[in-house]
Design a protein around this ligand. Structure first.
Ligand code: SF4
Ligand code: SF4
Length: 411
């Protein structure tokens, strides 16, 4: 079948093909809106997801089937779109006789219609804007490029790096998914180590689509302005995103550095806790700094559980379904596969598993291979056995509940 988005859509409509969407998540939601906008009928849309807990639930008014049902559809009368960020896993489970597509060509062709589509009229409980959707699709596209690169064993293009500049935060959320509530004496990043490890990574990978700066609260890191300006020396990354909780108004030198480095500020709006929100957004507007302001939903993913001793298949399933399993995290010179494992191992040697992290400055000549292996070859992390997981099935909890206590890790 053609790769031309117009021809694909024509064929779908004229031949009334089944449009099988594999992955009921955020990209899928936007894509369903686009399909409907282009006249594809809901009866044609088949929604699959490998997560059994989603089976039978409705997503955008369409019933989710378990992905093992794919084989009951006739490949000659169906077209499959991968609508989540795990193309390698999905491709491995779909038989060769199906035509399988990325959603990017159709998205790129028709995205200009998105503002006309009610992008926030569905079941998602937070507002998205075109900037957010664009970022989601760039990350999705990155995963496909990453897949092709890995098949060709050529490029090493990473979706994102979370660079943690401080363990400290101006809030103390009881269920912080980055585990700040467990730090007794939060440390700032060592500036020299932060710079050298950043340089090592960016000199040894081909591209990083988002260089994300976070903490804790990154605006309390006093060298943040210098760090942002240093990042400008590298050209092989896409956007710098700074995540903040809206409690701090940066000083002018930092505002200047944010602007000069073309960074985007991503603000979590925690209501009354985000006490500087109004001043911050006003300041960003006045300085023409792009920003997003979101009221996040939280799942119960910020607790360290006692070791569960799960069998390997359950650890693999937890990892497979986790939405942060590919959020590479740089913390004190070590690169980790996810923020939870990064902070857990950083908090206590009890949870240490050296094969789940890479001290990037320690491997001159082979660090690229080390990063590649961490990014592409893990089936699960030992930290998954102390984690609730992060997927659709994990219950929602109140957002940003504060505590005065330093929580204790389970013994
Ligand atoms: S979730 Fe709360 S404690 Fe954690 S980094 Fe964000 S504001 Fe700080
Ligand atoms: S430890 Fe495992 S399950 Fe928990 S967030 Fe990380 S990858 Fe996901």
């Amino acid at each position: 079948m053609s790769n031309n988005p117009f021809e694909i859509m024509d064929k779908v409509k004229n031949e009334k093909l089944n449009v099988i969407l594999y992955g009921a998540g955020i990209q899928c939601r936007t894509f369903i809106s686009l399909l409907r906008f282009k006249g594809v009928l809901d009866e044609q849309i088949i929604l699959l997801d490998s997560n059994e807990s989603k089976t039978g639930r409705k997503f955008e008014k369409i019933k989710i089937l378990n992905s093992n049902k794919i084989n009951k559809f006739d490949p000659s009368k169906s077209i499959v779109f991968i609508t989540c960020c795990f193309p390698a896993q999905i491709l491995a489970s779909v038989k060769n006789d199906f035509n399988v597509y990325s959603i990017i060509p159709i998205y790129n062709q028709f995205k200009s219609f998105l503002p006309e589509i009610e992008i926030n009229n569905g079941e998602l409980k937070y507002e998205r804007n075109i900037g957010d959707i664009t970022r989601e699709f760039i990350l999705y596209d990155t995963e496909f490029n990453n897949l092709y690169s890995s098949i060709e064993n050529k490029n090493l293009r990473l979706k994102s790096i979370d660079a943690v500049v401080t363990e400290g935060c101006s809030l103390k959320c009881k269920n912080c998914s980055n585990l700040m509530q467990y730090y007794e004496k939060p440390q700032m990043a060592d500036y020299e180590l932060l710079i050298s490890s950043t340089d090592t990574i960016l000199s040894n990978v081909d591209f990083v689509f988002e260089w994300r700066i976070l903490g804790g609260e990154p605006f309390i890191f006093r060298n943040l302005d210098k760090y942002l300006l240093h990042l400008k020396k590298h050209s092989n990354f896409g956007n710098i995103i700074i995540y903040t909780n809206g409690t701090i108004l940066p000083k002018q030198s930092l505002i200047n550095a944010i602007k000069e480095s073309n960074s985007i500020v991503d603000i979590s709006n925690y209501g009354p806790h985000s006490r500087k929100l109004h001043e911050l957004t006003k300041c960003l507007e006045e300085n023409n700094i792009p920003f997003a302001c979101k009221e996040p939903e939280w799942t119960d993913s910020g607790r360290v559980t006692p070791t569960q001793n799960l069998p390997q298949n359950q650890l693999e399933e937890r990892f497979f379904n986790c939405c942060t399993k590919d959020v590479l995290t740089l913390l004190h010179g070590f690169l980790y596969r996810c923020p939870f494992s990064a902070n857990l191992m950083n908090l206590s040697d009890h949870y240490l598993n050296e094969s789940d992290r890479v001290f990037v400055n320690n491997f001159p000549g082979v660090v690229r291979e080390k990063i590649k292996s961490l990014y592409r070859e893990k089936a699960f992390l030992s930290a998954c056995d102390n984690c609730n997981g992060r997927d659709y099935t994990v219950p929602l909890i109140p957002v940003a509940e504060q505590t005065r206590e330093i929580l204790k890790l389970p013994t």
